[in-house]
Write a protein that binds this ligand. Structure first.
Ligand SMILES: NC(=O)c1ccc[n+]([C@@H]2O[C@H](COP(=O)([O-])OP(=O)(O)OC[C@H]3O[C@@H](n4cnc5c(N)ncnc54)[C@H](O)[C@@H]3O)[C@@H](O)[C@H]2O)c1
Length: 308
């Protein structure tokens, strides 16, 4: 168990993530920070009151400041505004960059040795803002997108094949956006290549549905975006770090030449343990997958440029 995990933003993703962190007993104290007066306090108290029923010992507290977050081992950053229907992730860029900048500066001030998992969108660019604002090395700033995109892909495949989600192994790389790269060549069902089980047109339809997985939910909800699966994904990364599991998960990492990409955050297979990002794994890609990954990274760079 870690000493303290702080979730920044007590909205849909943040509050659900805090609850999942507590229910998994990942930290002695779970802090929720939000700018809205009363909301983190109320949600924190409510969650803490579920502890005797759910049987967790993590003490959940909510606050509007950063004093309670001092010396946190890990932060999950969900602060920002979410997408509305018709709005792309990139539309969010300027507003959320200002918010994540401010949050990063506070994290550096109160917990300079911590690890940061960024969730706020546009994800890959917000990771860059957080890395600059904290001044942390790449090992301690990671972005959550690939775990979510992969979960959506696995769920759709399990549904199409009528098999357990547990038996679908897959990985979605690239930036978090319409250019994400589901790796069909590495998608298996208990070791059986997916191409032996699903016709190409069905597989392509699932890949496309995965690409639009976030938008599909925004269209249903109308006033917000997905948060059950996103919070579960962020907490899977937090768990890998807190329990030093050395899991291999697709995460946004600051690339330094891997896959021929440099100085850009992009989703790649990462080993996560107590030190944060412990290794970027370079796997062989098909020519098309590699080209798609580069295209995806270019889209991230375009947004970085738009932000200046
Ligand atoms: N990476 C992903 O895969 C993924 C998935 C889902 C959502 N997201 C992103 O996560 C973010 C949060 O989504 P949500 O659905 O929880 O939104 P939400 O609106 O429910 O919650 C956001 C919260 O951030 C708070 N906030 C704003 N400025 C703040 C600041 N300076 N400090 C602390 N808190 C602040 C708001 O008061 C609000 O409570 C959005 O940017 C969304 O696009 C990313």
């Amino acid at each position: 168990m870690l000493n303290k995990i702080t979730v920044i933003g007590a909205g849909n993703v943040g509050a659900t993530a805090a609850q999942r962190v507590a229910e998994k007993n990942l930290a002695r104290t779970v802090v929720m920070v939000d700018v809205v007066d009363g909301v983190p306090q109320g949600k924190g108290l409510d969650q803490w009151q579920s502890a005797p029923i759910e049987g967790f010992d993590s003490r959940v507290i909510g606050t509007n400041g950063y004093d309670e977050a001092a010396d946190s081992d890990l932060f999950i950053v969900t602060a920002g505004i979410a997408r509305k229907p018709g709005m792309s992730r990139d539309d969010l860029v300027k507003t959320n960059a200002g918010i994540v900048q401010q949050v990063g500066e506070q994290i550096r001030r109160v917990a300079p040795e911590s690890i940061v998992i960024v969730v706020s969108n546009p994800l890959d660019v917000m990771c860059h803002v957080a890395m600059k604002a904290t001044g942390f090395p790449r090992e301690r700033v990671l972005g959550m997108a690939g775990v979510l995109d992969t979960a959506r892909y696995r769920a759709f495949l399990a549904e199409a094949l009528d098999v357990s989600v547990e038996d679908i192994q897959a990985m979605v790389l690239g930036g978090h956006g319409d250019t994400m790269v589901p790796l069909v060549s590495y998608t298996t069902v208990s070791g059986i290549p997916i191409t032996q089980l699903l016709a190409p047109d069905k597989l392509e339809a699932i890949v496309n549905r995965t690409r639009n997985g976030g938008a599909e939910i925004v269209a249903f909800l109308k006033t917000g975006s997905a948060y059950y699966a996103p919070s579960a994904a962020a907490v899977q990364m937090a768990e890998a770090i807190a329990l030093d599991k050395k899991r291999i998960l697709p995460c946004a990492a600051w690339l330094q030449g891997e896959y021929g990409l440099k100085d850009v955050f992009c989703g790649v297979p990462c080993k996560l343990g107590r030190h944060g990002l412990e290794q970027v794994l370079e796997v062989t890609l098909t020519a098309k997958e590699r080209a798609d990954l580069h295209k995806s990274a270019e889209a991230v760079r375009d947004t970085m440029k738009a932000l200046g």
